[in-house]
Design a protein around this ligand. Structure first.
Ligand code: HEC
Length: 131
């Protein structure tokens, strides 16, 4: 009985620790997302300053909630993204950023975030860029 007790405690500790890990998985951290956005060269092609449409990719201010491919950029409106046809949300951005070319074949968008937590963080950051 006494020999088993420490093991039981360990199991209990592991069980208690697990839900916290899952909670972290599903929730994005916007501050960390901003760092990731900068570190993954997203700003090379995307402005996050209002009304600045002079970059290769669309301006990302207000991206959550808008129709894909409707924002101007140096390259004009995006036919690939218009065909894709989604409204950008946490879910559609998550799918797109996993592999943009799989969702919008031929797209010039090369930003890929393969790590689910990093995607959640970057999407949380994008959600803060309101008009
Ligand atoms: C080399 C330039 C380039 C880089 C780097 C890049 N993108 Fe893009 N992105 C584009 C282009 C161009 C489009 C428009 C796609 C098209 O025309 O097919 C786009 C489209 C998007 C869209 C959809 C915008 C809309 O209004 O429909 C999102 C969201 C996006 N990019 C996020 C990101 C993120 C996040 C990163 C960094 C991980 C990133 N991009 C890195 C060029 C880039």
């Amino acid at each position: 009985m006494f020999a088993i007790r420490p093991i039981r405690l360990l199991v209990l500790a592991a069980l208690l620790a697990t839900p916290a890990v899952y909670a972290d998985d599903t929730k994005g951290d916007a501050a960390h997302g901003k760092e990731l956005f900068m570190a993954n060269t997203c700003p090379t092609c995307h402005s996050v300053a209002k009304e600045d449409n002079l970059m290769v990719g669309p301006n990302l201010v207000g991206v959550v909630g808008r129709q894909a491919g409707t924002t101007l950029s140096l390259m004009g409106p995006s036919e690939n993204l218009k065909k894709y046809g989604v409204i950008w949300s946490v879910e559609t951005l998550d799918e797109f950023l996993t592999n943009p070319d799989a969702k919008a074949p031929g797209t010039a968008m090369i930003g890929i975030l393969s790590d689910p937590q990093q995607r959640a963080d970057v999407i949380a950051y994008l959600s803060t860029l309101e008009k």
